[in-house]
Structure formats: C-alpha cells, structure tokens
Design a protein around this ligand. Structure first.
Ligand code: NAG
Ligand code: NAG
Ligand code: NAG
Ligand code: NAG
Ligand code: NAG
Length: 537
C-alpha cells in the first residue's frame, strides 16, 4: 500500500555522522551533556505494577464526553449536532474508542480470576499521506491552475492562498502521542503481566513509522529506559519493498475495490461536487477533486492541527466518507477480499501456537509465516505473558477475518449504505487502533449472565464447577463478542468464550484461509460482492 521512504534512512545516517563529529570536536571538555549513568537522580522507589484490567470495577454510570486534544476538532459541521466527524474517517480517524461498542457491555474480572496472558496487535499512529494517494500531485495541480488564472470563490476562496504542506508516510506528532498513550494505557491495564527478570521480545518492522510507533509505545509502557525491558525484533516491511509473501495480494487488492470505490464516490459526492464546481471558475472541478479536498481534512488536521477543508462537507458526507473506507478495507483485507483470510492467517497461527505453548508447526507454504523466525526461541519466545506486536490497518482487518469473526462479514453494496452495518473501518482500525486478546483463568465457570453491580464480583460463578479458561477479544477498548461469530461459543453477556471451545473452532481457520490457492492460484477478480468469505469466489 505504500512505497519505500529512502529519504528518512538517509537523513538518519546523516544525523549519526554529524553527532559523531561534534563529539570528537568537544572531547577536551568534560561531557557537559551526559545524563546517563546518573548518580544524582534522588529517590527512585517504584511501586507495584498496576493491573487495572483486573481490578477495575467500572463501568460506573454515564460516560462523559472528553474533547480531543491537541487537535482542533470543534469546527462547526453542518448537520453534526454534536457528533464527531473525526470518528467517521475510516483508517484516517485519530484514535478513539467507539462509544457504541460491538454488541456487548464490559464487565469487571470476577474476584479470584486472573488474566494470565495478553496478546496485542497494535496499529501505528497517525501519519502523513502514503506516497500512492496523489494528494501532493493534486496540491501542485491547484497551484498551477491558480498561476494560470483560476480564481476560487465562496467557500473555496481559501484555496487561492493555500499550498500543500504535508510530508509522506512518517508519524505526525499526534501519532507519537497516540502510541505513547497506548503504551501508558496498556501499562495500567497489563503492567503486572511483565516479568521484570527478563526482557521481552516485541515485534514490529523497520518501516520508519512502524519502528517509531513501537518505540513510542515502549516509552509509554516502560519509560524512556525501555531498552532495559524489551528487545525490538524489526523485520523488513513488505510495504517498503512491495514484495508480499502472498503473491496474488498486491495484484488483486486494488483491482477488487476500484469499481465499488468509484461508484460510491460518484454517489455520495455528486451534490457536493456540483455545488463546488460553481466556485471554481475555469478550473474543471470533478468528483476526484471533491474527494481529494475531503481527504485533506483528516490529513491536514493530524499534521497541522486544523484544516479548512473539513467544513466544506456536511455530516452525511462524512458518513459517506466513512463508508468509502469501509468498502476499501472490506475489499482489501476483509471478508469481501479474495485474500482476506490468507493475509491474516500467519498471525492467527502464531497466536494459536503461543497459546498452546509450541512453535509454529504449520508449513510456511500454508501461511506465509517466516519459519526461520517462528521456530527460534530467541525470536519467537513462548514463555512471555505479554506479546506486543505492531502492524498496519489492513493486517489487523485481515487477522480479524482469518480468525473467522463473521460478525464483520456484512455485504457492503457500492450504491448505498446498508442498515445495521457491523464492519466499520473507523471503529476497527483508526490510527493506533489495537486488538488486545486476554487469556483468563477463573477458579470456576463464570456465569453467562454477569452481575453489573460494582462490588458484587463474587456472585458471578457457577457453583460446583472447576477451573475454566476464557478468551476475551477487545478492539479499541471494547469487547468483541465471540458468540456473534462462533456458534460453538455460548451466548455470554461478557462476550468471552471458553478457551478450549475457541481453540477447537480455530482448528478450521487454516483450511478456511486457503492460503496456497488464494495467494498463488490462478483465479480472477470477479464483480464486487462475488467474494463474501475472505477467499476467492
Ligand atoms: C523486579 O521487581 C521487584 C519487585 O517489584 C523488585 O524488587 C526488583 O528489584 C525488580 N528487578 C529488576 C531487575 O528490576
Ligand atoms: C525471515 O526473516 C529473516 C530476518 O528478517 C530474513 O532474513 C529471511 O529472509 C526471512 N525468510 C523468509 C523466507 O522470508
Ligand atoms: C472536465 O473533466 C471531466 C472528467 O475528467 C471531463 O469529462 C470533461 O470533459 C472536462 N470538461 C472540460 C470542460 O474540460
Ligand atoms: C490467580 O493468581 C493467584 C496469585 O498468583 C493465585 O494464587 C490463584 O490461584 C490464581 N487463580 C487461578 C484461578 O488460577
Ligand atoms: C490461468 O487461467 C486462464 C483462464 O483459465 C488461462 O488462460 C491462463 O493460461 C492460466 N494461467 C496460468 C499461469 O496457469
């Protein structure tokens, strides 16, 4: 989805050299600028590692809306009535936890039960546009038109003095903050699971924004000295080489979504395009221009703090934008993608191997996993309680698909938004979106009906039953109810599933992904909607 940014690597190398020269030049002086080791830090006693996920008796009652900060997002949007358009930007939404959840409420951990493991899959934070999006080219085109005498009027008047000022691919400041905040949040929730007698292996990629996301997260989780606690295993990102393990992925992904994207763009932006056209003089303003203007709202806001493009669109048009992202992700790596399950199956198999306590034992040709890494105890340790992993939006969607979370397999038509839509790119993969999977051991079966009163933790057990393990999926701090996707998982108010039942259900995931056929088979992309189960039709 992105091309390599060599520039940042060169800049990094240049920075290192400059630093080395400066140090040599000042070597006759004491080292004024050294802060470590530090013998004068004063008292440094640390307290117990928290475990809020286990000790939190919330929810307590009405949630209070907390405005976004530091971005300016309070501009008036026609028809919004207090609703936040920054929750309607698909994968370009700054991080948020969806207030409506995924179908169940959250409950406190019953007294006596333990969270024993947490597996996290975390998306990088807010970034500049990808090289492939064409926004820079659009900006140049607008400036050229102005130089040639185009004059924009009315709501578009600001364009006469506007220029494109965004970078490419790397994290913007709020992206750093999102990951730092996620590290802090995850520390409060799961810090107790870190065993300080050993360093954990954390996985990310060498792509600039991926590596920096992992580093910012770890700085939040452990503090700036995080390298004492974690080793980063950073592999080459296929997004920077264009070489995916799944050969058909790149060729099919964009072919699959081109038609629905174009149809929906022309539909939801028709009226707005006609209105804006009247303000553009001799510049031939098309639906594509309207779409680029709309995309610049999230990108300028996260990059510069505020954007004049946002108010060009009403709330319904932002709902249309969100739906465009839903079409895109369903078709790129969700249930409407022919390689949706295949793209995510390697991580699913890695997760299952860790939960079952063995190395990945499925041949690489069935998953695309890197077996050199996945069978080595140094690079694939099995004894961690915390697995922290960093990835991209499309990968998280593909993992949910490969698990078989059919709650999110709705058919998304190109011509209109369906009712009761479950699959939402904004809710699932905003910037810094994350999946936390908890493994829970309870002394007894936990009642499927949960007591929601704080302080009544002890009445949630089924009497006469023994120790029972559960799995709990949490996407962006909201529970994904496993019974909605797996008929073998009994209906539970808390959305958990018994671990043994869940593992049995997962026995099918590998075959269901059809990795060899999906990734290397000779099939063609058929019309939109022909793919409904994340494998070729
Ligand atoms: C680990 O934590 C314990 C208890 O909190 C503390 O006594 C010990 O010094 C810590 N060890 C390291 C290596 O930080
Ligand atoms: C596995 O990962 C290692 C380390 O990144 C790399 O050198 C090797 O080429 C990879 N192997 C495959 C089959 O991708
Ligand atoms: C404006 O652009 C549209 C779409 O590219 C094209 O069909 C149309 O002919 C253009 N009109 C003019 C006046 O150039
Ligand atoms: C939970 O952890 C505590 C402390 O390690 C332990 O005593 C207890 O037996 C555990 N409970 C279960 C159900 O595993
Ligand atoms: C793939 O299938 C098409 C149509 O059935 C056929 O024309 C083509 O030769 C096949 N390609 C390969 C590499 O088998």
């Amino acid at each position: 989805m992105a091309t390599k940014s060599f520039v940042s690597l060169i800049a990094l190398a240049a920075g290192v050299e400059a630093g080395a020269i400066k140090q040599r030049a000042t070597s006759t002086q004491p080292d004024w600028f050294q802060t470590s080791p530090n013998n004068y830090a004063g008292t440094t006693a640390t307290g117990a590692a928290p475990f809020l996920a286990a000790t939190n008796p919330a929810p307590f009652g009405e949630a209070t809306y907390v405005p976004n900060a530091p971005l300016e997002t309070s501009e008036p949007i026609s028809g919004a009535n207090g609703r936040n358009i920054f929750h309607l930007m698909g994968d370009l939404s700054p991080y948020f936890s969806p207030s409506e959840g995924f179908g169940v409420k959250e409950y406190p951990l019953p007294k006596g039960a333990n969270i024993t493991h947490m597996h996290m899959l975390q998306r990088h934070g807010s970034r500049y546009p990808s090289s492939s999006e064409g926004l820079d080219t659009w900006g140049t085109g607008i400036q050229k038109a102005i130089a040639n005498g185009a004059v924009f009027k009315g709501e578009l008047e600001f364009l006469n003095d506007w220029s494109y000022q965004l970078g490419k691919e790397i994290l913007v400041p709020i992206g750093r903050q999102e990951l730092f905040n996620s590290g802090i949040l995850n520390y409060y929730n799961y810090g107790h699971l870190y065993d300080n007698s050993s360093k954990i292996v954390v996985r990310t990629t060498l792509q600039s924004r991926m590596l920096e996301s992992a580093e910012n997260f770890l700085a939040g989780f452990f503090g700036l000295d995080w390298s004492k606690n974690a080793n980063i295993l950073a592999t080459i990102d296929s997004a920077t080489t264009g070489e995916s393990a799944c050969a058909n992925e790149a060729s099919s992904m964009f072919a699959n979504i081109a038609e629905p994207i174009s149809t929906w763009q022309k539909t939801y932006l028709k009226d707005r395009t006609e209105k804006l056209r009247r303000l553009t003089g001799n510049y031939n303003w098309t639906v594509t221009d309207t779409y680029h203007a709309q995309s610049l709202c999230p990108y300028e806001t996260i990059s510069l703090g505020y954007s004049e493009f946002c108010q060009l669109f009403n709330y319904e048009e932002w709902e249309g934008f969100a739906y465009l992202m839903d079409l895109e992700f369903a078709g790129l790596s969700g249930f409407m993608s022919p390689t949706g399950r295949a793209q995510g199956i390697a991580w699913v198999e890695e997760f299952l191997a860790r939960v079952e306590g063995h190395y990945v034992d499925v041949p690489a040709k069935l998953t695309g996993a890197n077996m050199t890494l996945d069978t080595n105890p140094v690079t694939f340790p099995l004894d961690q309680s915390l697995y922290l992993e960093f990835t991209h939006d499309a990968n998280i969607v593909s993992v949910l698909t490969a698990f078989g979370l059919t709650q999110f397999d709705d058919f998304l038509p190109a011509t209109h938004r369906p009712k009761n839509q479950q699959f939402s790119a904004s809710k699932l993969v905003p910037f810094a979106g994350r999946l936390n999977i908890e493994i829970i051991t309870a002394p007894h079966q936990v009642s499927t009906k949960r007591s929601s009163k704080a302080g009544s933790k002890s009445i949630d057990y089924v009497s006469g039953t023994g120790e029972t393990k559960y799995v709990h999926f949490i996407q962006n701090q909201r529970t994904i109810p496993l019974h909605s996707s797996f008929s073998v998982c009994e209906y539970r108010e808390d959305g958990w599933c018994e671990l043994s039942t869940f593992l049995k259900a997962q026995k099918h995931s590998l075959a269901d992904a059809q990795y060899p056929y999906a990734c290397s088979g000779n099939w063609t992309v058929k019309g939109w909607g022909s793919v409904r189960d994340g494998v070729p039709a």
